[in-house]
Design a binder for this molecule. Structure first.
Ligand code: Z5A
Length: 208
């Protein structure tokens, strides 16, 4: 049996995570691997129910603390019901966002990075991906991609102001500097096929 691996894709809105997750899954399946495609918030029945609570409604529907707890609760269910069982049977799990999104989006205001890591320790035993691929894209390109797909529509969190999203991008860049063995920044500009090749290269040392 092959050894299961857990890979997360991170980045700002419109960076191409969902597109690349599908392409990576196809490439890994072509190598004979079982691949589970999943996402956060969501990825299990309970976590998808929490997703609806988190992404809809007014900007002030949740306080920053309640929001961080809901993301951590959704993640605990996702890890327990979807991710761990798949890894136990030897599958590769690809997740569109994971813990580092909470660190970048919820861990730089009322709560700190240490707070988010503490919630993750309580909720999910501190479980981390084998590799996190951060799709780095300029603000202008990401906005153009998101606009071409959604027009002006955005969810509760995507609709926050520009300075918030710039701080999120800076946080992801910092994580890549601080944890280079797990968290790789990958250039997400250019054609989708070229980006997929860069991502696969970033997984080279983990592939059977
Ligand atoms: N959030 C949080 O705050 N805390 C947490 O712990 C977690 C999440 C887990 C989830 O939103 C929101 O929750 C998110 C963070 C927050 N809010 N924000 N911001 P979501 O899951 O609904 O959406 P998203 O994660 O932000 O991603 P997205 O907007 O769906 O974008 P994407 O997946 O990165 O991009 P895409 O859909 O693959 O591509 C966007 C468009 O560009 C699409 O039309 C593609 O066809 C096109 N595209 C893709 N690649 C290319 C290339 N290479 N060239 C040209 N065009 C391309």
């Amino acid at each position: 049996m092959t050894h299961g691996r857990f890979i997360s894709l991170e980045g700002g809105e419109g960076a191409g995570k969902s597109t690349q997750l599908r392409a990576l899954a196809t490439a890994l399946r072509a190598r004979g691997l079982e691949v589970v495609e999943t996402r956060e918030p969501g990825g299990s029945e309970g976590a998808e129910a929490i997703r609806a609570l988190l992404l809809t409604g007014g900007a002030d529907r949740w306080s920053p603390r309640a929001e961080a707890l809901l993301f951590a609760a959704a993640r605990a269910d996702h890890v327990e019901k979807t991710i761990r069982p798949a890894l136990d049977r030897g599958a590769w799990v690809l997740s569109d966002r994971f813990l580092d999104s909470s660190r970048a989006y919820q861990g730089m205001g009322d709560l700190t990075d240490a707070d988010i890591l503490a919630l993750h320790r309580i909720g999910s035993g501190g479980f981390l991906p084998d590799r996190t691929l951060f799709l780095a894209l300029s603000e202008a390109e990401a906005a153009a991609r998101a606009r071409s797909r959604d027009g002006d529509a955005s969810d509760r969190i995507g609709g926050r102001d520009r300075s918030f999203h710039l701080a999120v991008a800076r946080a992801f860049t910092r994580f890549a500097e601080e944890e280079p063995a797990r968290f790789l920044a990958i250039d997400a500009s250019g054609d989708a096929e070229v980006v997929t090749a860069r991502l696969l290269h970033g997984l080279q040392d983990l592939l059977p």
